[in-house]
Each structure stands twice: as C-alpha cells, then as structure tokens.
Design a protein around this ligand. Structure first.
Ligand SMILES: NC(=O)c1ccc[n+]([C@@H]2O[C@H](COP(=O)([O-])OP(=O)(O)OC[C@H]3O[C@@H](n4cnc5c(N)ncnc54)[C@H](OP(=O)(O)O)[C@@H]3O)[C@@H](O)[C@H]2O)c1
Length: 279
C-alpha cells in the first residue's frame, strides 16, 4: 500500500500502539507515530523505515498538554502529509479505589483517554474527508461494558470512547469515513501489567492476549469497516455471560474478582500503594 497517505498512531512507542505500528508497517502503510519525548520513538521509527521501506515520521510530544495536540496537527499540515487513518490509542489506566487517587491523576487520565481522542479527531476530520476512503480506530476497553469497582474513572473514559465512536460512525459514514472501536480485554503490554496479569485467577488468565495477537485483528477489522471489535473468544464469552446472568450476580463476581487486584495507576501519585502502567 506504500503511497503518499499516512496512518497516525498515538502512544506508539510501547505496548498496543507499538504493535499496531508494526502491523501497519508490515502492510506497507506510511506512519506518523506520536509518543512522549525520550521514549525511543525515533529509533523505533527508523527501524520500521528500514525494515519495511515505508515513510515514518516520529513526533515526540506529551499529549496530556492540550496545546501539543494542536502542534501535532500543525506539524503534519506544514509537512503537507495526508492522513487517511487516525488511530487514537493513547490512554492510561488504573485499578484503585476512587479515594486512593488524586485530582492530578484523574485530570491526566480524562485528558489522555477522552480529550486527546476528541481533539485529534476534530483536528484531522477535514483531512480525513479529503483523503477518503478513510478510517478512525478508537481504542476502548472491555471495561466500557462493565461497571467495576476500582475502575470507575478508567471505565467511564472508555465508555465515552465507545459511545463517541458509535455515534460518530453514523454521522461520518456518508462522508466516506469509517469509524471502528476496539474493546480489548487484558493485554500483556508492559512489565507491570504482565506481573499483574500473572496474579489473576485461572479464568481471567485465559482471556489475556498479547498486543501482537490483537494488532492484526484490529487492523483487519478496521479495514473491513467493522463497527466494534472484541478480540479473543474469552472476551466475547464474558460479554455473552454478562447479558445472560442477572446483574446482581455479575456485580458480585466482577467486584469479587477486581477487589483482589492490587491498586495501581500511572504517574506520580504518592498515595497509591502500587504504581504501574496501563490497562
Ligand atoms: N494493556 C491492556 O490490558 C489494555 C486493555 C484494554 C485497553 N487498553 C488500551 O490500550 C491503549 C494502550 O495501552 P497500553 O497498555 O499499550 O499502554 P502502555 O504500554 O502504557 O503504552 C502507552 C503508550 O502511550 C504513550 N504515552 C503515555 N502517556 C503519553 C502522553 N502523555 N503523551 C504521549 N504519549 C503517551 C507511551 O509512551 P512512553 O513509552 O513514552 O511512556 C506508550 O507509547 C490504552 O488506550 C489502553 O487504555 C489496554
């Protein structure tokens, strides 16, 4: 597919975003990768460029600073690059009681998970309309469907992503823009999460996937214009069970399970017992 069109991926230096970048590169898609400064993004971009003979631009910006979303768009615009695929992947997670978090963390979580997706979609909309057929992939979570203790803010941000994507899809289909939302369950994206996942019970462990398994499912589903992608048989099963069992039983099982998790969040909270990365 190597041409003058680009796929922009946020949070592309690690985890699921990195796996998505590799999958897109293997399909000869030119890339614009965004991640935090000092995230080894440049060397990753260079390796993709060499290996897959594609164009790759790395933009190192902290997206939790709203102005940086505008600067990303400005840079792409000034370089006259044409984006026909926007992958809103960046997001941070937490598993902790609401009282264990602080305002700074929740603000950052809402900014990265909700505002950045909304803002970038708005900024790139005209470009996507010009370069149709075009695609938007929003990364939600299985947490969008369950109202779990210790996942209150994270789950709500992912419910926003789910609802936003479904509404936008209806609106943009006549403009030739496809909108897909992927809702993965647990993925082994980084050391902290891998460690947490290992401590899960047997049933929950069966649903954990590697980002390298999920990324091809995501891109295939996106190109096939699927509305919602739930990767993995176990995750699909969880959703079916959720519909079949009475809600009080679901709540009991889910909350019993989630309460066994150690609390964690990303960032610099000093009142959180266990600090780690996303899911
Ligand atoms: N892992 C799971 O189990 C799971 C399950 C369902 C959904 N998801 C969703 O999948 C997405 C990716 O999660 P992940 O587990 O792959 O996360 P991750 O391993 O923590 O990677 C996050 C990526 O985002 C970048 N990033 C973090 N903060 C940023 C900021 N302020 N500005 C710009 N880039 C930033 C990171 O860059 P650095 O390398 O520089 O930190 C990294 O590239 C999230 O939306 C998450 O909610 C994850």
């Amino acid at each position: 597919m190597c041409n003058n069109l680009y796929t922009l991926i946020t949070g592309a230096s690690e985890g699921f975003g990195k796996a998505l970048a590799i999958e897109c590169a293997s399909r000869k898609m030119n890339l614009i990768l965004v991640a935090l400064p000092k995230s080894k993004l440049n060397s990753f971009a260079e390796s993709l460029k060499q290996k897959y003979e594609i164009e790759v631009l790395a933009i190192e910006k902290d997206l939790s600073i709203e102005e940086n979303c505008f600067l990303v768009f400005k840079e792409v615009h000034e370089l006259q690059l044409s984006v026909n695929m926007l992958i809103n992947n960046v997001g941070i997670s937490s598993t902790m009681f609401f009282s264990e978090g602080n305002v700074d963390f929740y603000q950052k979580q809402v900014k990265l998970n909700v505002i950045v997706t909304t803002l970038l979609t708005s900024l790139f909309l005209d470009m996507l309309k010009t370069n149709k057929p075009s695609h938007i992939l929003n990364v939600g979570s299985l947490s969008s469907f369950f109202y779990l203790a210790k996942k209150q803010v994270y789950g709500a941000t992912k419910s926003y992503i789910y609802s936003f994507s479904k509404s936008l899809r209806g609106e943009l289909s006549s403009d030739g823009i496809n909108v897909t939302v992927i809702c993965p369950g647990g993925m082994n994206t980084n050391a902290t999460i891998i460690m947490t996942n290992k401590s899960n019970n047997w049933l929950a462990r069966q649903s954990i996937m590697n980002p390298e398994e999920v990324a091809p499912i995501a891109i295939k589903g996106l190109l096939n214009r699927k509305e919602i992608i739930i990767p993995g048989r176990m995750n699909k099963l969880f959703l079916i069970i959720d519909k079949l069992l009475p809600s009080f039983i679901i709540k009991m099982i889910a909350n019993n399970h989630i309460n066994k998790f150690k609390s964690y969040s990303i960032g610099n909270q000093n009142n959180v017992p266990f600090i780690g990365r996303a899911y």
